[in-house]
Design a protein around this ligand. Structure first.
Ligand SMILES: Nc1ncnc2c1ncn2[C@@H]1O[C@H](COP(=O)(O)OP(=O)(O)OP(=O)(O)O)[C@@H](O)[C@H]1O
Ligand SMILES: [Mg+2]
Length: 284
């Protein structure tokens, strides 16, 4: 097992900060682009937060994507089907109380359903508020709730923005820069000016940053110079590109417990550092 928490003050700060909140803080991971790291970010934020030796926070993770990538990184598909899925809160006349699945001591999951196309949304006007209502019923059981979303800006993503205190959008670094994010930021602003005034956009979290590629570094430096205000911590905090991140997720183990190889250690330290920063940005 590898952990390299060098700054224990941070951990004490996370603990005391979250103890001050009387109910869970809710973070939505959203981005209309597919394959940019939403599930990776939601999963690792939840794992860092819930690890008894790192965040030690009571954490709930909610999978809203019918591809069930997050669900299957925590539990077998067939096992998940035995439980209520997140879709249950969008159907019927009233918001149901959903009982989450216990994954580990500090970590619970509300799984996705595989067939979102068959869902008959409630006719009621409150569909965009249903997730918020469902979360309200169980919120006091947790310190942190993380929502993973599909790669679009549809109903479920909108409901997650209504239900959240924070949104953390991943950013794929490319020569297109931040061209693709206008729609997402407009949607966030729309929710902030109507249904959820207190929603905070933490800023784009760069993912899969290739620290060995000059081109990649050039794009990234240009972004940091041109639009620092759009980036989480002005781009100073980012996730490295590392195949071990995917391998650990597929094996259903946190990356810091995956292997003792030196490059995995570096990725583990990066992941712990990044998500410690995210936790410290909450309630700042
Ligand atoms: N930092 C990283 N380094 C290496 N591989 C990564 C990294 N982040 C994500 N990946 C890999 O890239 C792929 C896409 O990531 P992920 O599933 O998190 O994206 P997503 O935005 O949730 O995609 P989708 O829109 O399909 O839900 C996965 O195979 C994942 O393991
Ligand atoms: Mg995903």
């Amino acid at each position: 097992m590898f952990r390299n928490i060098t700054n224990l003050d941070y951990l004490a700060e996370i603990q005391s900060r979250f103890k001050r909140f009387d109910t869970a803080k809710v973070v939505a991971v959203a981005q209309q682009k597919g394959g940019v790291g939403k599930t990776t970010i939601a999963l690792n934020l939840a794992l860092v937060a819930s690890d008894p030796e790192i965040g030690n926070l009571k954490t709930l993770v909610i999978d809203q994507d019918s591809s069930r990538n997050l669900t299957t990184r925590l539990i077998d598909k067939s096992e998940a089907l035995k439980y209520a899925s997140v879709l249950d809160c969008y159907t019927g006349d009233d918001t149901k109380t959903i009982v989450p699945i216990k994954i580990s001591g500090n970590l619970d999951l509300i799984p996705a359903h595989s067939d979102h196309s068959s869902i008959k949304y409630s006719d009621a006007f409150d569909v965009p508020y249903r997730l918020k209502q469902a979360i309200e019923k169980i919120k006091t059981n947790y310190d942190l709730i993380v929502i993973d979303n599909p790669g679009d800006l549809d109903k479920l993503v909108q409901a997650s923005l209504v239900a959240s205190d924070y949104v953390l959008p991943p950013l794929e670094i490319s020569d297109y820069g931040v061209d693709g994010i206008t729609e997402l930021f407009n949607k966030i602003r729309g929710v902030q000016t109507t249904a959820n005034f207190s929603l905070v956009n933490l800023g784009l979290l760069p993912n899969e940053v290739d620290i060995n590629s000059n081109d990649h570094q050039e794009y990234f430096e240009k972004l940091k110079k041109d639009v620092p205000e759009l980036l989480f911590k002005k781009g100073e905090v980012f996730i490295h590109k590392a195949v071990k991140i995917g391998e650990a997720a597929n094996k259903r183990v946190p990356i810091w417990e995956f292997t003792s190889e030196s490059h995995a250690k570096k990725s583990a330290k990066n992941i712990i550092d990044v998500f410690t920063e995210v936790l410290l940005s909450i309630g700042e």
